[in-house]
Write a protein that binds this ligand. Sequence first.
Ligand code: PEP
Ligand code: MG
Length: 596
Amino acid sequence: MKILIHGIPINSGIAIGTAKIWERENVLNLVQECKVNDINNEIIIIKHSLDLLKNKINIFKNINNKEIIDILNAHIVIAESIVDEAINEVTNNRECAVAAIRSVTMKHIDELQKSGNELITMRIDDLIDVSSQLISLILNRQLLYDLYVAEDANKEKVILVTNYIMPSEVIILKDRLKGLVTEHGGITSHSAILARSLNIPYIVIPENTIKSLIKTISNRALIVDGYRGFLVIPEESDMTSLTKIIDSIDALNAQFLNEKMEPTVTLDGKHIKILANIGNIEDARLVSNYGGEGIGLLRLEFMYMNRNYPPSEEELFNALKRISEIINGNEIIVRALDAGGDKPIPYLNITKEVNPFLGLRGIRLLLKEHQEILIDEIRAVLRASVFGKFGFMIPMVSSVNEILEARKIMSEISEDFDKHNIKYNKVLFGIMIEVPSIALVIDKAVNYVDFVSLGTNDLTQYVMAADRSNEKVQYLYNELHPSILRLIQNITNVSNEHKVRVDICGEIAGNEIALPILLSLGVDALSMNPVSIPKIKYIIRRININYIKDHTIKLFKDFNTEDDIRDFSTETLIKIVPQFKDLTIIYENYKNSLRP
Ligand code: PEP
Ligand code: MG
């Protein structure tokens, strides 16, 4: 087994099947400017394309699936409106049919993008989808549908690997898709919503990877792991056994989703807060959909990227207020900008460093060179606190002095608010534990914080001295290494004593293998990719923490090698949910494949 790419999970589940690659062209880009004399003929062409499209849509509406019917109805409305406007365009400007449809579409895309309303901009996909279909019908171009449905007699289900997929195509191909891999697409796009409603595992891989993969994966068996975001090539000889295993995981995944709204209480009565990591306003919609109780990590970086200057206090405030509304006033932990390291923001003029991961990143950068950004963020969070429940945490903390400095800035801002009668509510103050130095003086740090949040992604790389993005040292990058777990154990012990809440927001929070150990160490909240929430909730509802706690503590003293800990946690998980044996077999294969 070979892991080809680490992408982003968009829909959970694992699928195995033959890869079909579709390097598509953007139909809108194919259309050239053209003028006509016979206006009436162009109008007939446009109207005919609308009739054809409606017929096609109506065939697919014959299904008992609300998401699909809603989207198809919306597409009919969009198509009618594009056609009306395109006819005006033909009449007034003598544009040919396809050019008129393209002009109308581009005009609307521009307006939608400018609107800044995230719900509206999300629907640009649908607009492109509908007009591409109209144009394709007029130009009689081959569609995905023709390629994979109409022309393929044996109707084998496939893993579709493509640049992007339009919502209508997910609907049309629904009986043909085992798994989906695209280069473009977000977790809240209509295509993603449809993939979830149809239970199709889906990941997004980096741009331009398909080109380099064509030779390796065309018509070969592939595994799409929608839990971890992996695209994997299995050995041909393992295919039969893997297919059986993956089918049973599929059934288990459906059970997770059935229980996603149930409370997250262990068998012995402990409530574990299950929160989501999100990076933009659109993602916020997914939190409640997946049964999350709030946001445990709001990465602010998204507000600072793809622009030439930082967002103002007002912009930050509006975004936070909006996110709070979307998640019905539930808790949001906002993380101060974590720039530097692997997250460059050009206009901040971060000096080029030989070793950026050990350089001026996170809170270091904010305190040393960009206090104005920290101040705007704190002011925005305090103002937003009137509209919801907020926490604020600082990343990449390595010393108590940094905590004191950041706290001082927060207190000064609160005093200023008091002086000017600006309203705010209590905002919890926390730190991320990502650097070993702060983990080792946790008994001092807890005196100055309301909560700590373990950023195990960075903590692992710094403890193990293994770059989190370097494939060659992935075998050392082990979140379940006893050194990390002992640190977590010390952090939870000290924090519980001081009544300071412990969250985990690194990837380990969504890793079911780690879950029995993390719970027995006494964490209060887990914050993860929204897609993982149903799975983690399902297990927590079946765990008895007291029952495993003593075993874990003993094991931490008595283990011989690092593998003993992973084995214990895996065995415990399988005792709790026996079907996980299947998933662990797959993960075991990954582990071997990662060894250099
Ligand atoms: C972490 O380091 O665990 C974390 C959550 O932060 P990021 O992945 O954004 O660095
Ligand atoms: Mg980090």
